[in-house]
Design a binder for this molecule. Structure first.
Ligand code: IMO
Ligand code: MG
Length: 422
C-alpha cells in the first residue's frame, strides 16, 4: 500500500510527525518537491529532529529515504544535514538516495531571493530566503544545474564557474557584492564528492522497489495554499505542493497511490505574508505565550488563526484525501470556545470554497460556527476515546465540515502522542 501525506493549509501542519507515524508500516519514504524551505519536526524519545531535505522516515532504522527529482536542493546544505543527523546517532549508510534529476540551489539563488524580497518592500512574499524561487526559475528557464551534474567533477566545475560568472554580472548590475567563485567551487566540489555515491536514477530505483512489493510513503512539503497553482498567489512558494507534485516529483504513476492523508492543524497557521481570513490576534498571542508556533526553518513567529474549513474543503478536492490527520489538538486545551470558519462572506455572497483573485482573498470575511472548548489537558490521551467529549465533537465537526473522515489525531510532539481513530 502506498500513501501520500499532503499539507492542506499553509504548511507546518505537522507533516513530519504524521510521516513519522506512517513510516512504521512503510519501506521507503520519498520527498518530491520543495527544498530546505521545509522544516519537518519530529520528536522521538524526547529528542527533537528538524529535517529540511531528508525525508522524516530517516528516523526509523532501516527505512530508505529518497530525495526525488522534483526538489531543488543545495548540495552543501544536504551534506550538512546528513552529517548533523549522523552526529546524533542516526545511521544513514545506504539509506539516502538523491535523484539525478533534482535541481541544484546555488549560492546566487539565495542572494537573489533575499534581494528580491528587499526590493519588494512592503509587498514582499516573506520567503524563507533559501533560494527556492530563483532555483525553480532557473529550472523552468532551462539553465539549471542538476544533481546528475555533480557526478562529473570537471564538467561540473566548468558549469558552476560559468553560472557564477553570469550571476556576478547580474549582481554587479543590482549593486550587490560579487560571489567568491573560488570558495564556492571548493565547497560545492566537496559536497559533490560526498554525495556522488547516493545520486542515482531514483525513478528506476522506485519502480524496482514497487516491483518487489515495497510500500512507499510520499512526504509532501509546504501546503495546498502555498501551491503555485492553487494557493494564495502570489503569496505562495515556487512549485506545486499538492498531490500531483508527488507524481511528477518522483516519476511514480498515479495508479500507484492508494491513500492520501490530508494533514491539518486543529487551527490554522501561516508564516510569511499573504491573506489569511481566520487570522486571530487573540489565538496568536495565546499560542506565542505558550511558546508555540515559532517556525522551525526561520524561527519566525507564525501567524495563527481559527480552523478554516473553506480551505481544507478545497484542499480535499485538489488532493483527494481519504483521511484527515489533525495535529496540535492540545494547543487548544485552555479555550472556552473555539470558532471554526464554515464559509466566507465576500461582499454579501456566501462562499463554500475559496476565491482565486487576491483582491477577493483579502476581502473574505469568515463565517464562524462556535464549538465549546474542553478546558482540560489532552496531552495524555493515547486514543480517541480518551479525549474529552467536546474535543471528540470538535474533531468530528472538522471532519464533517471538510468532508473527509478523521484518521489520525495528535496531541503533542512525541511519536507516542499520535493515534488512529477507528
Ligand atoms: P513545511 O514543509 C510553512 C512559505 C514561506 C513564504 C512562502 C514562499 O515545513 O510545511 P519560499 O521560501 O518557499 O519561496 O517562501 O512559502 N513556506 C512555508 N511555510 N511551511 C513550509 O514548509 C514552507 N515553505 C515555504 O514562509 O510565505
Ligand atoms: Mg515547517
Amino acid at each position: 500500500m502506498n500513501t501520500l501525506v499532503v499539507g492542506a493549509q499553509w504548511g507546518d501542519e505537522g507533516k513530519g510527525k504524521v510521516v513519522d507515524v506512517l513510516t512504521e508500516t512503510a519501506d521507503v519514504v520519498v520527498r518530491c518537491q520543495g527544498g530546505d524551505n521545509a522544516g519537518h519536526t519530529v520528536e522521538v524519545d524526547g529528542q527533537t529532529f528538524v529535517l529540511h531535505l531528508i525525508p522524516s522516515g530517516i528516523l526509523w532504522p532501516g527505512k530508505c529515504c529518497v530525495i526525488g527529482n522534483g526538489l531543488v536542493l543545495d548540495p552543501v546544505a544536504l551534506v550538512s544535514e546528513i552529517r548533523s543527523i549522523q552526529s546524533r546517532g542516526i545511521e544513514t549508510e545506504g539509506r539516502i538516495l538523491v535523484s539525478e534529476g533534482a535541481h541544484l540551489v546555488l549560492p546566487h539563488h539565495r542572494v537573489l531571493d533575499v534581494h528580491s524580497e528587499k526590493a519588494k518592500g512592503p509587498g514582499k512574499i516573506g520567503t524563507t530566503g533559501r533560494g527556492i524561487g530563483p532555483a525553480y526559475e532557473d529550472k523552468v528557464s532551462r539553465r539549471g544545474l542538476r544533481a546528475v551534474d555533480l557526478l562529473r567533477a570537471d564538467e561540473f566545475q566548468r558549469k558552476l564557474g560559468q553560472r557564477i560568472e553570469e550571476a556576478n554580472r547580474l549582481l554587479h548590475r543590482l549593486g550587490l557584492e560579487p560571489l567568491d567563485a573560488g570558495g564556492i567551487t571548493e565547497e560545492y566540489l566537496a559536497a559533490a564528492q560526498f554525495l556522488r555515491p547516493v545520486i542515482t536514477n531514483t525513478v528506476l530505483w522506485l519502480h524496482d522497489a514497487l516491483a518487489k512489493g515495497k510500500s512507499l510513503l510520499f512526504e509532501s512539503a509546504q501546503g495546498t495554499f502555498l501551491d503555485v497553482d492553487f494557493g494564495t498567489y502570489p503569496y505562495v512558494t515556487a512549485c506545486n505542493t499538492t498531490a500531483g507534485a508527488a507524481l511528477v516529483g518522483s516519476g511514480v504513476s498515479p495508479k500507484e497511490i492508494h491513500h492520501v492523508v490530508g494533514c491539518v492543524k486543529a487551527y490554522t497557521t501561516r508564516v510569511g505574508e499573504g491573506p489569511m481570513p481566520t487570522e486571530s490576534s487573540e489565538l496568536t498571542a495565546l499560542l506565542h505565550a505558550m511558546g508555540r508556533e515559532f517556525g522551525s526553518t526561520t524561527r519566525r513567529a507564525r501567524r495563527c488563526g481559527w480552523f478554516d474549513s473553506v480551505l481544507v474543503r478545497y484542499a480535499r478536492l485538489i488532493n483527494g484525501f481519504d483521511r484527515l490527520a489533525v495535529t496540535n489538538l492540545d494547543n487548544l486545551d485552555c479555550l472556552d470556545e473555539i470558532p471554526v470558519c464554515v464559509a466566507y462572506n465576500l461582499e454579501g455572497r456566501r462562499l463554500e470554497y475559496p476565491p482565486t483573485a487576491l483582491e477577493d482573498w483579502w476581502n473574505c470575511q469568515p463565517v464562524y460556527r462556535v464549538f465549546p472548548g474542553w478546558k482540560e489537558p489532552t496531552g495524555q490521551a493515547r486514543s480517541f476515546r480518551q479525549l474529552p467529549k467536546p474535543a471528540r465533537d470538535y474533531l468530528l465537526g472538522l471532519a464533517e465540515l471538510v468532508g473527509a473522515p478523521l484518521g489520525l489525531v495528535s496531541v503533542g510532539a512525541g511519536r507516542e502522542k499520535s493515534f488512529w481513530v477507528e
